[in-house]
Design a protein around this ligand. Structure first.
Ligand code: NAD
Ligand code: ZN
Length: 355
């Protein structure tokens, strides 16, 4: 049995910052599992929560432990749990669907009307332990490295976006080559796309996009990226736009790079409403535009697992920083500077990182 309390990185008050508190280990009920966190990865959303932007202020109800990307070992299971047992190495789908709304009934639980997110609406994984409904656990195939298991959630966002339409033989523009954009490039390549244009304003990340297999790495701050893409595609534009920045300028550029009849899959989240030339960019183009949210449950998890097992996804360049929970200030500063890949916290093990 675990000790009665644990360390957790918490948003304690409705203001910028966070702190490590000693709190009770979550109690599990029927259908739940308690998971001992091995590695937890920081998402851009966690930086928004840390900085307490308007979205966080409207959504979170402190005190709450944040963090929603992780892997760990099942410690205990509640009554009625089948299919997972103590000792299993797992990750989890942290979006909790209600099971009874119209979308849930239609087999679209990823856009559930009553969706709750662990690490946003209830205590998350920046802690020694996290409580998860056992049905949301995802057992990790032994062929998958432990650090990859910690980022299945954002990898799933990339897989969901890339595989939301045809990809083999297609030309692809990825606008925004942060961690998800870079994984999107790797997935598109692994799935047989022909040419990838990585579009990114941060030079560190543009270099990373190349490492992940972008055939062209274009910085719209330094060159006319739209003209370059059109030139390289015989004036047509790309078949597929994967929008992974949420930046209005990138979104506009992306639609101008898209060929008539192309597919635009939008994952990036703008912080404000974005104006749009609907006629030129969508209607006259006959473009197919898709909003992409989360991961399909659990098709995306199966696809991500299969791709990782195939050995065709090398995500290694994303991992540089491994930290103790206590180093959170340093972690968020690094993330804010746009220099980090996927930063991993190790909340339990004494990794020798703690000073
Ligand atoms: P990130 O912030 O690390 O990456 C975004 C990248 O876009 C950055 O590298 C940034 O430099 C780049 N960018 C900014 N302006 C640009 C421009 N004008 N042209 C080209 N690139 C530009 O974020 P991430 O973790 O990789 O996630 C990608 C996006 O997806 C974010 O907007 C995030 O909020 C969103 N997201 C959406 C979902 C969903 O379910 N829809 C899930 C996770 C993340
Ligand atoms: Zn629902």
């Amino acid at each position: 049995m675990p000790a009665a309390t644990m360390r957790a990185l918490r948003k304690v008050r409705p203001e910028a910052g966070a702190q490590i508190e000693r709190v009770e280990i979550p109690r599990i009920g029927p259908g739940d599992a308690l998971v001992r966190v091995r590695a937890a990865s920081i998402c851009g959303t966690d930086l928004h929560i840390f900085k307490w932007d308007p979205w966080s202020a409207s959504r979170l109800k402190p005190p709450v432990t944040f963090g929603h990307e992780f892997c760990g070992t099942v410690e205990q299971v509640g009554a009625g749990v089948e299919g997972v047992a103590p000792g299993d190495f797992v990750s989890a789908e942290m979006h909790l669907n209600c099971g009874h709304c119209r979308q849930c009934r239609l087999g679209q639980p990823h856009i559930c009307k009553n969706l709750k997110i662990i690490g946003i609406d209830q205590d998350g994984c920046f802690a020694e332990f996290v409580r998860i409904p056992a049905g949301n656990l995802w057992k990790i195939d032994p062929a998958i490295p432990e650090h990859y298991a910690a980022i299945l959630d954002p990898l799933g966002n990339a897989v969901h976006t890339v595989l939301a339409g045809e990809i083999a033989g297609q030309t692809v523009a990825v606008t925004g080559c942060g961690p998800i954009g870079c994984m999107g490039i790797a997935v598109a390549k692994a799935c047989g796309c022909s040419t990838v244009f990585g579009i990114e304003v941060n030079p560190h990340r543009l270099a990373l996009a190349k490492t992940f297999g972008a055939d062209y790495a274009l910085n719209p701050k330094q060159e006319n990226a739209v003209a370059k893409v059109l030139e390289a595609t015989d004036g047509c534009g790309v078949d597929v736009l994967l929008e992974m920045s949420g930046n209005p300028a990138a979104i506009h550029d992306g639609f101008r790079m898209l060929r008539a009849g192309g597919r635009a899959s939008l994952l990036g989240i703008p912080s404000q409403p974005v104006t749009f030339d609907l006629v030129a960019d969508i209607i006259f183009k006959g473009a197919t535009v898709q909003g992409i949210f989360g991961r399909r449950m659990y098709e995306t998890w199966l696809q991500a697992t299969a791709l990782l097992k195939s050995g065709r996804l090398n995500l290694e360049p994303l991992f540089k920083e491994r930290m103790a929970l206590e180093q959170f200030q340093e972690a968020f500063a690094l993330l804010e500077r746009g220099e980090a890949g996927k930063i991993l916290f190790y909340p339990n093990e004494d990794t020798g990182l703690r000073s």
